[in-house]
Design a protein around this ligand. Structure first.
Ligand SMILES: Cc1cc2nc3c(=O)[nH]c(=O)nc-3n(C[C@H](O)[C@H](O)[C@H](O)COP(=O)(O)O)c2cc1C
Length: 363
């Protein structure tokens, strides 16, 4: 398949293809973990529940989803990304869960690439699809940008991503982060669909969450450290192009707030829904995130990896997640997601030290 783009600047489109290639071939994960292993759920030997009767549904953004699972932002805009987005949208449709597309910046630059995103809406008018754009990309003309990207996919919500770590390390990154909060404020004022602000793997702090809630953001997706490392992606990318530059960035490979710490920071900071993500790799990770106070768990690279295996891998991965969530619910005696939020837990080690020092935990 050939995608026609203007010769002089194919940066956005090519980067997306390189990013996917690096994620699939080089496993750019944090060396540090999510710290979810420091969250112990108290085992219940007398659950008095039947696994077949557990209720996994969640209500969020005015919608009822069958499972607390988000297929998080990844693709669109690059060669063959329409195939990935179609498969992810079909999965979201089959399981009645939300799905996000990747940054729509490429579409703004090359409208002819719109089909790589729109293909998700073509799957069904019912899917809850989240649009995606960088906070920095909104500064010039926020209303015009969101009009274009939301209407393209008839988005049910918009995710605005924050990625100062990635931009700092990226060879051609945009290192000017001024004016992002004002642009977000204008978008929350203007749009009548939910606006979610997400990180891209370095986590959101108590203080940043407060600022976002103050400007009217509807939900926060923490995307903490412990999974895909976007500094690692850019370090590996610059090793392919400019080894000298990669040396400068390499000390930031593991920069970020581990996901478990970020969830606790954010849920204790704001009264809006919180999505946990960043290194969630199993249904048990989702269960632990919900016990800590999140409303849903998001995964990105595991869905991409399952897609790349072909066949029914995506579906099998999804079934595994669901079974793992149900086992966690049963073993904590939680008949539904609201009861799961009340499950007993113990924090250990560095996670406990972090939340106590930061004064963000009322346990
Ligand atoms: C291949 C790939 C592309 C991504 N592209 C985007 C993007 O365009 N916009 C965005 O907000 N996040 C993007 N992300 C970040 C994810 O949404 C997520 O925040 C991060 O990867 C951590 O989750 P994970 O450890 O489950 O991968 C991307 C992730 C992957 C793996």
């Amino acid at each position: 398949m050939i995608i026609m783009v203007f010769e002089e600047d194919v940066g956005v489109r090519d980067r997306k293809v390189e990013h996917i290639d690096i994620v699939l071939k080089e496993n750019p994960e944090y060396h540090i973990s999510t710290w979810l292993e420091y969250v112990y759920l108290v085992h219940n030997s007398l659950p008095e529940l039947s696994m077949d009767e557990l209720d996994t549904h969640v209500n969020l953004f005015g919608r009822r989803f069958d499972y607390p699972i988000l297929i998080d932002s990844m693709t669109g805009g690059g060669k063959d990304t329409d195939k990935i987005n179609r498969a992810l949208a079909e999965l979201a449709h089959e399981y009645n869960i939300p799905v996000s597309c990747g940054s729509q910046k490429a579409y703004l630059k090359y409208p002819e690439l719109g089909y790589t995103y729109k293909v998700m809406r073509d799957v069904s008018s019912d899917i809850f699809i989240i649009g995606n754009i960088g906070g920095q990309d909104l500064r010039e003309d926020p209303r015009d940008v969101v009009d274009k990207i939301v209407s393209l996919i008839e988005a049910d919500a918009l995710a605005i991503h924050l990625n100062p770590l990635q931009e700092s390390i990226q060879l051609e990154g945009d290192r000017d982060f001024k004016g992002v909060l004002d642009a977000i404020a204008e978008v929350t004022d203007y749009l009548d669909i939910p606006v979610i602000v997400k990180e891209t793997g370095a986590g959101i702090s108590y203080e940043v969450a407060k600022s976002l809630e103050a400007v009217g953001v509807s939900a926060i997706n923490v995307s903490g450290a412990g999974g895909t490392s976007w500094s690692a992606v850019e370090i590996l990318r610059s090793r392919r192009k400019s080894p000298e530059h990669s040396e400068v960035g390499s000390v930031y490979w593991d920069w970020g707030i581990p996901t478990a710490a970020s969830i606790i920071e954010v849920v204790n900071s704001v009264d809006i829904p919180v999505i946990a993500s960043g290194g969630l790799r199993s249904g048990l990770d989702i269960v632990k995130s919900i016990v800590l106070g999140a409303d849903m768990g998001g995964l990105a690279s595991p869905f991409l990896k399952a897609f790349s295996k072909g066949g029914d891998s995506l579906k099998r991965f999804m079934e595994g997640l669901i079974t793992q969530i149900k086992i966690g619910m049963l073993l904590t005696g939680s008949k539904d997601i609201s009861s799961l939020k009340e499950a007993r837990y113990v924090l250990l080690g560095p996670l406990k030290e972090w939340v106590i020092q930061r004064g963000v935990w009322d346990g």
